[in-house]
Design a protein around this ligand. Sequence first.
Ligand SMILES: Nc1ncnc2c1ncn2[C@@H]1O[C@H](COP(=O)(O)OP(=O)(O)O)[C@@H](O)[C@H]1O
Ligand SMILES: O=P(O)(O)O[C@H]1O[C@H](CO)[C@@H](O[C@H]2O[C@H](CO)[C@@H](O)[C@H](O)[C@H]2O)[C@H](O)[C@H]1O
Length: 497
Amino acid sequence: MTGNGLGSALPTDVSSWAARQRWFADTGRPVELSRVGCWSLPSGEPGVLIRTDCVLDAGDPRRTVYQLPVTERDVALPGAEAALITILTGADGRRRFVYDAPADPAYARALLLLMLRGGRSAPGPDGGSVAHGELLPTPLPGGDESGGSESGADGFEPTVVSSHVLRGEQSNTSIIYELAGPDGRVLAPVICKVFRALHHGDNPDVTVQSTLARAGSHFVPRPVGCVVGDWADPRTADGTARGHLAFAQEFLPGVEDAWRVVLGAARRNEDFTARARSLGVATAAVHADLAHAMPTTEPTAEIVGTVIDGLRARARRAVAEVPALDRYAPAIEAVFAAAAEASWPRLQRIHGDLHLGQVLLVPGRGWVLVDFEGEPLSPLEDRTRADVPWRDVAGMLRSFSYAAGTVSREAPGRTGAVTAWADACRRAFLDGYSERSGRSLGEQRPLLDAFELDKALYEAVYEKLNRPDWLPIPLAAIDALLSQDVVPRSSAVRESG
Ligand SMILES: Nc1ncnc2c1ncn2[C@@H]1O[C@H](COP(=O)(O)OP(=O)(O)O)[C@@H](O)[C@H]1O
Ligand SMILES: O=P(O)(O)O[C@H]1O[C@H](CO)[C@@H](O[C@H]2O[C@H](CO)[C@@H](O)[C@H](O)[C@H]2O)[C@H](O)[C@H]1O
C-alpha cells in the first residue's frame, strides 16, 4: 500500500462504493473522497491487513468526514462476497481483496480487543493519525455484581466465537459478537457500532448512554467500551479533530425494536395503549435521570431565540430541499412564532432523535432506549447542548403517526381506522409521560406542536435523501399539522401552568 498517505484521493471504485452506502449522507452527485486520517490494527492473521481511512467528502458543503475501515486480504474471504469493495492488483501483479471491514472477523476481533485492552492503533502506512480504545466503567454483561468484569480489565479476555454485521436501515454499521470465557462458558453478547459520519468532539451516543448507565438506569443497555481517534481538520485550533469512532455495549438478543412491534400491532388493529403509556413513563424516567446527572439551563430569552432560529433554519433547508413545501412557509412561521411566545421548561440533555426504531421491548425488563447519537444530519454542537424535552416527546408522537402512515400506504382503505389507532397511542404515550414527569403540557403546548412540525420537516429531508418512496408520509403529516390540531389532547395531560 503506497501512495495512500493523507491528502491522497481514494481509488474511484472505493469512493463510489462509499457513496452507495445507506450511511452516506448525500448521494446522486459524483463523489471524490480524500484521506484526512489513517490508522491500522494488527490482524493476527498472515496475509490480512486492517486499515481505517478517515475520508473527507469535499463536495459536501457540510464537509462530512466518514470512517472507512477496510481489510485487505491475499486470499478471498469465503462467505464475505457482499462486503467485497474491490479487487486491487499490486505492482507485483498480485491481487488483493478489499472488504468492508465490519464484515471481516479479523477486524471485528481487533476492534473489540482495542477497547478491552485500552490499546493504541499503529499509524497508517504513510503516517497518519492514531486511535485508542477505552474500557467504559461498567462491567461486561454477565460480569459479577461486584464490578469484576469479563472484559480483560481483571486479567482475562473473552474469545470472539463469531461476529456479524447487523442488517437493516442504519445510519452507522453495527457488529454483533458472540463471546466465550476462557473456560468456554458462553458470555453475554456485545454490539459495537462503528460510527460512519465522524465529528470533532464527544459523540452523545457514548457520553449520554454511559452517563445513564452510571446513574443506574435500566432503560439503557450497559456500555462496554469505545474507540477515540483523530484526523486532520483545518477548522480546529490545532488542525486536528478528535472524536468517537466506535462504541460497544451490551447486546440484548432476541428483542424486537418498537417500530416493528408497533407496526405489527397497527396492522392487526391491536390495542397498544398500555405499552404506549409505559413507553411514555420510560421516556420521562430517562429525562429525569439526565436532568439529574447532566447540566441543565434556564430558558433565557437569548436561548429561546437561538432554539427558534434553529427551527427556522431547518425549515428553510427543508423548503429548499423539498420544493413541495414552499407553499407552507407562512404557516410554518406562524407555528414557530407561537412557540417563541409559549412557556418554556428548563433545558436539559435529551435523547435527540427519539422514535420507535430507537426503543427495544426487552422481555422481563421492558422498554430500553438506544442510539443517543441525536439526529445524524445535525451538527454535533446542536446535539450536545441542553435542549427542550418536548423534542423527544414530539419524535415519539411522530413515530406513532409514521406507523399509521406506513399501514395506510399498504392498505389505503384502512387510513381512518389506523389513524384513530395511532391517535390513541399518542394520547396514552403523553399520559404516561405526563404522569411520570409531572410536566404539564398546558402553556407549553405550542412548543410541542412546533417540535412535531420540526421533526416532520426533518423527516421530509431525511426521506428525500435516503428513502424517497417514504416522502409522502412526512408530507402528509406536515399538511395535516398545518391544517388542524392533530396532537390529541388527553384528560391526564394537565392543561394549566
Ligand atoms: N444494545 C442493543 N441490543 C440489541 N439491539 C440493539 C442494540 N443497540 C441497537 N440495536 C438494534 O440495532 C438497531 C440500530 O441501532 P442504532 O443505535 O439505531 O444504530 P444507527 O445509529 O446505525 O441507526 C436498533 O434499531 C436496534 O434494533
Ligand atoms: O438511523 P437513525 O435510527 O439514527 O434515524 C434516522 O433514520 C430513521 C429511519 O430509519 C428516521 O426515522 C423515521 O422513520 C422511522 C421508521 O423507519 C419512524 O419511526 C420515525 O418516526 C421517522 O422519523 C430518523 O428520523 C433518522 O434520524
